[in-house]
Design a protein around this ligand. Structure first.
Ligand code: AMP
Ligand code: MG
Length: 327
């Protein structure tokens, strides 16, 4: 089976809306990564997401809405949720809130909370505003592989299993949304770093935001299911080294993924993959996954990737690169 591609024309957006309405899966663009979308109110449609991705049923899905006002239909909101939604939606921020019974249990993996966001992508916003239901959409890739940031990435890794891809061009942000848990008494907590920084959230709420808890022990209760240690990962063995201190150079079969172009030591053989022209965290985020895919497909025997420099604007990239390393 090879998938059908749809573009940003009114008739294509209508066709995609109808497919979702009838319980089909469609890969859709967002500003973060491409999502594999299903009608979130249709448990059979949602179950197809888990089987196509081979995703654990214990790993909850984020729901996506096209209007801020829809949030009260599916979750219990509080003051912080209203402030953050007003400041950042549409945008790369997912709020975790107590769920209402309108959302089927399969979406939230049985949790009494739901992750919700309004994505900022022109085509997908038009689509969502045409639907009278939210869509559940995790990243459109096989579970644990590198997330897709172009329509052809979706076709490469899921084209055999899905029939429909809405092509909205390359994703502008390039990494998954920031997730903040707003249910806890102790105050809001980041569950996953992403394009919206902790400082930006703190400035809007005027309070301290707690950092993610690392699940150091298997006995520790997981506040954020699905945050496995290895995720977003290439098939080729990959290790990370400190920024600009590559001391472990490999052989001619090694691929080196660099934050920005810099000179290798004399006599190095191997292939260099600079991610961005300058070490700018936004540019690196936008291009990281497409460079990782390219390096993964080149047949190297190993990949060595640079960890980002220090500083909070690199938190999300440090997190993704650490999780992507697999040796
Ligand atoms: P993705 O696979 O990129 O769509 O990310 C979905 C992730 O959002 C999950 O793996 C969880 O880490 C997080 N998430 C979604 N819903 C919830 C929830 N109700 N509570 C906590 N984390 C959630
Ligand atoms: Mg994912």
């Amino acid at each position: 089976m090879s998938p059908q591609f749809y573009r940003d024309t009114p008739s294509d957006i209508d066709k995609v809306a109808e497919l979702l309405n009838t319980g089909e899966l469609v890969a859709i663009p967002t500003e973060t990564v491409y999502g594999l979308a299903a009608n979130a109110l249709n448990p059979v449609a949602v179950s197809k997401i888990f089987s196509v991705k081979q995703r654990a049923l214990t790993n909850p899905l984020i729901i996506h809405i096209g209007k801020v006002s829809q949030v009260t239909e599916y979750c219990e909101v509080n003051d912080s949720a209203i402030k953050l939604a007003q400041a950042f939606w549409p945008g790369a921020l997912t709020l975790v809130l107590p769920k209402k019974s309108t959302i089927p249990d399969i979406v939230t993996a049985g949790l009494n909370s739901v992750g919700i966001r309004m994505p900022n992508h022109p085509v997908t916003l038009q689509l969502l505003q045409r639907l009278d239901f939210p869509v559940a959409a995790p990243s459109a890739n096989p579970s644990k592989y590198i997330s897709p940031t172009r329509a052809n990435h979706v076709a490469e890794s899921l084209g055999h299993a899905i029939g429909h891809i809405l092509d909205g061009g390359p994703c502008s942000r390039g990494i998954e949304s920031t997730i903040v848990d707003l249910r806890i008494e102790a105050g809001p907590r980041i569950l996953r770093y992403g394009p919206i920084s902790r400082q930006e959230l703190e400035a809007v709420l005027d309070m301290t935001i707690l950092e993610p808890i690392e699940a150091s022990s298997p006995l520790e209760p997981k506040t954020s299911p699905g945050q496995e240690h290895i995720h977003y990962s290439p098939h080729t063995p990959m290790k990370a080294v400190a920024y600009r201190s590559m001391d472990e150079w490999g052989d001619s079969e090694t691929g080196y993924i660099l934050i920005h172009p810099h000179e290798p030591p004399q006599g190095l053989s191997g292939t260099l993959y600079p991610i961005a022209k300058l070490p700018d965290s936004k540019d690196v985020a936008q291009n990281l996954y497409s460079i990782l895919r390219k390096a993964d497909q080149a047949g190297h025997n190993q990949l060595i990737i640079e960890l980002p420099p220090g500083g909070s604007e690199w938190d999300a990239l440090r997190d993704r690169i650490n999780r992507a390393t697999n040796t």
